[in-house]
Design a protein around this ligand. Structure first.
Ligand SMILES: Nc1ncnc2c1ncn2[C@@H]1O[C@H](COP(=O)(O)OP(=O)(O)O)[C@@H](O)[C@H]1O
Ligand SMILES: [Mg+2]
Length: 178
């Protein structure tokens, strides 16, 4: 079976000396195509940092990431951005919807950035699948948390990426009382 994602000995530290945070410390993993995988860990354990590295939104101190067979960090920034737009769907922790664009415009944004044509039927299909048909003209400020999240999911699906990376919702970070 071919791996959609391979991570090899990935390292990302923040800061220096005694303030140094080893956010990702020699991490390796492999995920097969078509699989759904969850990465679990307490707050601050490096999940978001790892996802950003896998998504090519940040570069590691060392180590490699292959997505769909491509060694992503071997690409210069502009080529990496191009690859990211075509192959990776990213659902951010705080959704990153553009406040001045409505739901439909937010969803089709990645297509425009990649100079691709919007196929309204496909967008309608996605809207129907995630239950947002009647919200396509709504502005993000008028959406519930769940509707914002579903808009972000639709935006990640619209380019038909090879892999979707989804960070947890901030609201799920409920402090533990024990
Ligand atoms: N840009 C940054 N600069 C400095 N430290 C950071 C930065 N981003 C994350 N960290 C630190 O790296 C560690 C891992 O953070 P993060 O990846 O956000 O964890 P998680 O998503 O599992 O809660 C934390 O200690 C955090 O404070
Ligand atoms: Mg996080």
């Amino acid at each position: 079976m071919s791996s959609i994602l391979k991570v090899e000995d990935l390292v990302k530290y923040y800061g220096e000396g005694e303030n140094q945070v080893r956010a990702v410390d020699h991490t390796s993993l492999q995920i097969e195509r078509g699989k759904f995988t969850a990465i679990v860990g307490r707050s601050g354990s490096g999940k978001s940092t790892l996802l950003h590295l896998i998504g090519g939104l940040d570069r590691p101190d060392s180590g490699k990431v292959w997505i769909d067979g491509t060694d992503i960090y071997s690409r210069k920034d502009d080529k990496l951005a191009q690859f990211r737009r075509k192959k990776i769907g990213f659902i951010f922790q705080d959704f990153n919807l553009i406040p001045s664009l409505n739901v439909w415009e937010n969803i089709v944004l990645p297509l425009g950035l990649d100079n691709r044509k919007v196929k309204p039927r496909e967008v309608e299909d996605i809207l129907k699948k995630i239950g947002l048909q009647d919200k396509k003209d709504a502005m993000p400020s008028a959406l519930s948390g769940g509707q914002k999240q579903r808009t972000a999911i639709a935006r990640a699906l619209v380019t038909r990426p090879a892999i979707i990376l989804a960070d947890e919702r901030r609201e799920t970070l409920i402090p533990r009382l024990s």
